[in-house]
Design a protein around this ligand. Structure first.
Ligand code: GYE
Length: 319
């Protein structure tokens, strides 16, 4: 009995407690990550994915939340540069205005990885790679689904659009991809388009204004993310209309909240955008540190979920 206890204790002790540390033992890689904020269910899942996969990969993660403000992200990046982290990763809240701080990182020889959102800069040496979705394709998928849904129906089909954060890559590209598809069919008209900043509260508020101005004229809502659609669903119900029936609703992300709305018949379709970027990011960070080449663009694989498949897919959803 006694012997068994000793064995268990030994097995549980970490190797480093029993052996002297060899001289070549490596310090963990330090990664500074500047997150956008906590604006949506998608973002919460993204943060969780980054934190848990850093832990699993043995990477020392420094994490900051910019509350959707570019100046806070720039501050965080500067502090990572000052701390001399090994790699900086961030999800840029908007596309422009990054050159100055990224040149500072470059001068400090700290490699930068973009995750989730892209930047718009003439200098593509300012970052090593961009891991994330093809937002334009997501917009096209939304548009193609609508075309199919409204096949053979008479026009006009009036659309209201809830845009994401102004100047952000997903807002710009989801709009562009969607318009590219519907513009060929004169029945479709975007009659109102405004930002809801990717949040439920703003989505609801802006939808209320749309309903006040347009009332029963609205046939379709295209929301750049699920959270704004969920907020808008509330506004539609409060106006005495049936979301998913009186107004066809399309959104993007595919979070659990959207699946619940689809199963309740209130949301017609959600285009998938995966937030589970953590494992890919950690493996890229390790490759960079090991001096291995990494591709300039890593595109996330995604699908589309109409309400008819929601109940079947729901148990498989990870975010
Ligand atoms: O769709 C939205 C989030 O950048 C892809 O940001 C991301 C978007 C996502 O707030 O829900």
């Amino acid at each position: 009995m006694k012997r068994r206890t000793v064995l268990v204790a030994m097995a549980a002790a970490p190797l480093s407690a029993m052996l002297p540390l060899p001289a070549f033992a490596q310090k963990p890689i330090v990664l500074g990550f500047a997150q956008v904020g906590a604006e949506s269910e998608w973002r919460t899942a993204n943060t969780e994915s980054i934190k848990s996969s850093a832990k699993e990969a043995g990477i020392d993660l420094k994490f900051s939340d910019a509350q959707q403000k570019q100046e806070n992200q720039i501050k965080a990046i500067r502090s990572y540069i000052a701390q001399k982290v090994d790699v900086i990763a961030f999800s840029p809240v908007v596309e422009t205005g990054w050159d100055t701080v990224l040149v500072e990182a470059k001068n400090a020889k700290i490699p930068v990885v973009l995750t989730d959102r892209a930047i718009s800069s003439k200098d593509d040496t300012l970052y090593v790679t961009f891991i994330g979705s093809d937002f334009t394709e997501e917009g096209r998928k939304a548009g193609r689904w609508l075309l199919e849904k409204e096949k053979g129906k008479p026009g006009p089909i009036n659309i209201v659009e809830l845009q994401g954060t102004v100047g952000s890559a997903p807002a710009i590209d989801r709009k562009k991809g969607f318009e590219e598809i519907i513009k060929g069919d004169p029945r479709f008209k975007i009659i109102r388009s405004q930002t809801g900043d990717f949040t439920r509260a703003k989505g609801k508020e802006v939808m209320e204004a749309f309903l006040k101005a347009e009332g029963k004229n609205i046939n379709v809502l295209y929301a750049h993310n699920d959270d704004m659609a969920i907020g808008a669903i509330q506004a539609i119900e409060e106006a005495g209309m049936k979301p998913g029936q009186d107004i066809v609703i399309i959104s993007v992300d595919g979070v659990k909240g959207a699946f619940e709305a689809m199963m309740a018949g209130k949301l017609n379709v959600s285009v998938e955008c995966s937030p589970l970027l953590g494992p890919q990011l950690m493996s890229v960070v390790k490759d960079i540190k090991a001096g291995k080449p990494v591709p300039k663009r890593i595109v996330t694989q995604e699908s589309i979920f109409p309400m008819e498949v929601a109940a079947k897919e729901f148990p498989n959803r990870k975010y």
